[in-house]
Ligand binder design. Structure first.
Ligand code: AR6
Length: 184
């Protein structure tokens, strides 16, 4: 049974087995969560990202995939880097965003991580409406088989926190799912 928890705050201050990074496909850093993770985690993370670019991911990490590195100086064992999709407007395909959550949990299982913190992937620079991100994230985690015991969504601002809280409430109180069964 995976417990979903919501925290308003900075993901780099969390104490968990794995912290998920909303990266870009270069794996070489950026702004937002990515910038904060590299700043606080120190150079060991970037060194492993560079090694990944020099080996398995010569062309970069594709959208919707996930890969782990050390967490450096963060209070975690691993950072799981995943690349969210860029919002293309109404009707954007949610499946790559669902895939980020599914693949991150799969990597967590391979590592043996039991507590995993997620940010609101794609809800910042990549432009997805946070309500959509919250729905896709919460439903995907609910529908994914995993040995992870706690998935903690760490939301930076009040609006994101409220969007995630609304989705968790809807799930717990049996609201209609806007997605048909089996969709991403
Ligand atoms: N802790 C938790 N959430 C945060 C933090 C933090 N320290 N900082 C920002 N957020 P974004 P994306 C929230 O832009 O949309 C980067 O440059 C933020 O308010 O970090 O997936 C990468 O390198 C928002 O709700 O990720 C990529 O190029 C959410 O985290 C690109 O941005 C995600 O915002 C990825 O864009």
């Amino acid at each position: 049974m995976t417990t979903l928890t919501l925290v308003r705050g900075d993901i780099t201050r969390q104490s968990v087995d794995a912290i998920v990074n909303a990266a870009n496909s270069s794996l070489l850093g950026g702004g937002g969560v990515d910038g904060a993770i590299h700043r606080r985690g120190g150079p060991a993370i970037l060194a492993e990202c560079r090694a990944l670019r020099a080996s398995r991911y010569g062309k970069g990490l594709p959208t919707g995939q996930a890969v782990a590195t050390t967490a450096g100086d963060l209070d975690a064992r691993w950072v799981i880097h995943t690349v969210g999709p860029v919002y293309q407007g109404a009707g954007s395909d949610p499946s790559p965003l669902a895939s980020c959550h599914r693949k991150s949990l799969r990597v967590a299982d391979e590592l043996g991580a039991r507590t995993v913190a997620f940010p609101a992937i794609s809800a910042g620079a990549y432009g997805w409406p946070v309500e959509d991100v919250a729905r896709i994230a919460v439903e995907t985690v609910r529908d994914t088989e995993t040995a992870v015991e706690e998935v903690r969504f760490v939301l930076f601002d009040e609006r994101a926190f409220a969007a995630f809280a609304g989705q968790v409430h809807r799930l717990r109180h049996g609201g209609e799912s806007p997605l048909p069964p089996g969709s991403p």
